[in-house]
Ligand binder design. Structure first.
Ligand code: SF4
Length: 457
């Protein structure tokens, strides 16, 4: 049987979709091998969120062509959807598939492989897009999975190409949710992250919204905990906050894009909320859920962003009780209104602002971690380090925790006491008495100001 290798770039949604593809190829009898091993078919699922994402995709495609001469090289995803000619012109590419074609690649690849040479371009516009479900395991964890319940976006933020690459907003019918929940339970996942391009815009023809999905999940009472990925501030409603506050199932963790703390820049970005709304929202969340982790996306260097505008962003983020930032540097995306706006910010200044916010993010995270010391939270042990004999994983409120334990420790939720700051994580110890749990010997942390922290949701 042919061997197929898959590679993913970009967001969690792409990872969920690649995982679904892998499953489809396996079910069709193909042998799925790791990317880099000899393969007959290589499929690359691309991203186009920034200029550097495009460059990374081109690099990856060229590497695939070099390492597997003669293989069928298929490229799909957002970059393929938006720039099919550019992708087709890369030497060695056999086929370019749009996002709409992604869910039937088994059939398309098998047909195209029988044809002679040339590069095939199959990219449909989004006239009548359908919702293609996807669920996946996190690449580096066997305990966490992603469930896509929404795709596309109807917003038109002036810097963003995603609506063109992903098409209009569409959602999984609520009736299908139960089947996915049971399958994820059966596969043994302990945590499921609900994902979408604009998750808060979940909406079905029968009028169901994200709050209905969450209520339905509460009703189903799955065996895993549920985390929400990013929700736009204008779509994060009080009833969602209230439900999370009262829930034992839904993680107290919100990721809320801000992009800028300047009212003027927000307007030019065509975002759908005001700075004041954002501020009140965050304060309301922590008032209702004090232990909640709040993550924030910020974009630096948008056209016309002066030092004063940037200072507004910096001050807002510094003041608000948030846990961490994801900072992105603006890059011009062809075809977007922002790309032709005047007063472009020189790239070194964009970069410098990004660095300032990344440092602030580390400080915010440390403060958040420190504020949680002494608390008991629920850890799902994800990865084991045999050299130190420790497990690492995340709590419900998105704190990276390291604790000692045997390699045979069940990867199930355990209550842990958060003891002190360690390098890149909080050191904790299980509070349950079990011979399998070894209390961690905690030494003072010498480098608590330099946590190198990875974020994956
Ligand atoms: S909400 Fe705005 S930034 Fe997010 S995908 Fe839609 S258009 Fe892009």
């Amino acid at each position: 049987m042919p061997r197929v290798a898959l590679y993913t770039l970009g967001c969690k949604l792409n990872y969920a979709e690649t995982s679904h593809l892998r499953q489809q190829f396996e079910e069709a009898g193909y042998i799925v091998v790791p990317f880099g091993e000899p393969a007959d078919i290589i499929l690359i699922n691309t991203c186009t969120v920034t200029e550097s994402a495009d460059a990374e995709c081109r690099k990856l495609i060229r590497r695939a062509v070099r390492t597997a001469p003669g293989a069928f090289i298929g490229v799909t995803g957002c970059y393929a959807q938006l720039r099919p000619e550019e992708v087709a012109n890369i030497e060695g590419v056999s086929a370019v598939f749009g996002n709409q074609e992604k869910h039937r690649l088994v059939e398309l690849v098998s047909r195209l492989r029988q044809l002679d040479g040339g590069t095939h371009v199959l990219v449909s516009p989004f006239h009548t897009p359908c919702f293609a479900p996807a669920r996946s395991a996190d690449e580096d964890s066997r305990t966490r999975a992603f469930l896509k319940i929404q795709d596309g976006c109807d917003y038109r933020c002036s810097f963003c190409t995603i609506p063109k690459a992903r098409g209009p907003s569409r959602s999984m019918p609520l009736e299908e949710l139960q089947e996915h929940v049971r399958a994820l339970e059966k596969a043994g996942y302990q945590e499921v992250v609900l994902t979408g391009i604009n998750l808060g815009d979940y909406r079905t023809p029968t009028g169901k919204r994200l709050i209905d999905v969450l209520r339905f999940l509460e009703h189903l009472q799955p065996k895993f905990r549920v985390r929400l990925s990013s929700i736009e501030p204008n779509l994060l409603t009080l009833d969602i906050i209230e439900l999370v506050a009262r829930s034992k199932l839904l993680c107290p963790h919100f990721h809320i894009p801000l992009q800028s703390g300047s009212p003027e820049i927000l307007r030019r970005m065509r975002r759908r909320y005001t700075v004041e709304h954002y501020r009140k929202l965050v304060l309301r969340i922590v008032e209702r859920i004090p232990q909640c982790a709040i993550g924030v996306d910020v974009l630096t260097g948008f056209p016309g962003e002066t030092e004063a505008h940037f200072a507004e962003t910096y001050r807002l983020v510094e003041e608000l009780p948030i846990a961490y930032l994801h900072v992105f540097t603006y890059s011009e995306r062809e075809g977007t209104p922002a790309a032709t706006m005047p007063n472009s910010v020189p790239p070194p200044i964009r970069k410098a602002r990004t660095n300032l916010l990344r440092h602030l993010s580390e400080r915010k995270r440390l403060n958040f971690y420190r504020s949680e010391l002494g608390a008991i939270r629920t850890l799902i042990p994800e990865t084991y380090d045999s050299t130190t004999g420790t497990w690492e994983g995340w709590t419900e409120n998105y704190i990276r925790v390291r604790c000692a334990g045997p390699p045979t420790l069940p990867q199930r939720p355990i209550p842990v006491s958060l003891l002190s700051l360690g390098e890149g994580a909080v050191l904790g110890t299980p509070t349950v008495s079990s011979s399998e749990y070894i209390p961690l010997q905690v030494a003072p942390n010498p480098c608590e100001h330099s946590l190198p922290l990875a974020v994956s949701v």
